[in-house]
Design a protein around this ligand. Structure first.
Ligand SMILES: C[S@@+](CC[C@H](N)C(=O)[O-])C[C@H]1O[C@@H](n2cnc3c(N)ncnc32)[C@H](O)[C@@H]1O
Length: 206
């Protein structure tokens, strides 16, 4: 997968929006590894929740030009940046300033992607709509993630795939248990140690 053009973004804009980092690129690497499997699904509607700069969903859209991409973010400035990244890279994408995927029609997405705010913090730090929403994950770094997990059965198509980036502090085994209870199989797609943090991308499917 190609890395999207991003030189249109001023460095100072990343004071307000998550700057793509190792986790963003691990997620892109995971999607690249999965290209052939995703192709067999003929994806029509693809969603990235919490798109930040838009680098991940734009890379996805460049690989699947026939798919219609949608991104959401609670941070309005991130929505604007995602839109401009898609536009500069000629990817057809709509961006919605909303919480997770709450307002979409049920079962509409063939692929859902999420690189959540995963840092363990106090619950009170979690739930902002500015740059803090990029990292503050509350208890186990999972407060935002767990809310999305419970939405997946409603928003993902029957044969859809959900990709999520996690770190060890998030206790990925518990995420797998939750998804198993919701009726999904799980698989680890890729993992990498970044400084002292083990990052991994999991996929969930029926
Ligand atoms: C770790 S950053 C990832 C950004 C981008 N996807 C990337 O990989 O570079 C997490 C993103 O999720 C967004 N976010 C946090 N809570 C959210 C929520 N409840 N609904 C939608 N987006 C959310 C943040 O604003 C931030 O842009």
């Amino acid at each position: 997968m190609e890395t999207p053009y991003q030189n249109h973004i001023a460095k100072s804009d990343f004071e307000h929006v998550y700057e793509p980092a190792e986790d963003s690129f691990l997620l892109i690497d995971a999607l690249e590894k999965e290209l052939d499997i995703i192709k067999t699904k003929n994806p029509m509607f693809c969603l990235e929740v919490g798109s930040g700069s838009g680098v991940v969903i734009t890379a996805f859209g460049m690989a699947f030009p026939e798919a219609f991409c949608i991104s959401t973010d609670v941070n309005f400035k991130a929505c604007e940046m995602s839109q401009s990244t898609a536009k500069y890279n000629k990817v057809l994408m709509d961006t919605v300033n909303m919480d997770l995927a709450s307002s979409f029609v049920n079962g509409m997405f063939d692929v859902i992607i999420f690189n959540p705010p995963y840092v363990v913090t106090e619950t009170s730090e979690c739930g902002g709509m500015d740059i803090t929403a990029s990292w503050a994950g509350g208890n186990k770094g999972r407060e935002v993630t767990d809310r999305l997990l419970n939405m997946i059965p409603k928003k993902l198509a029957q044969d859809g795939i959900f990709y999520i980036l996690l770190i060890e502090d998030n206790i990925p085994e518990e995420v797998t248990e939750i998804m198993t209870t919701l009726g999904y199989k799980s698989q680890m797609v890729i993992s990498r140690k970044v400084r002292n943090e083990q990052q991994l991308v999991m996929k969930f499917y029926k």
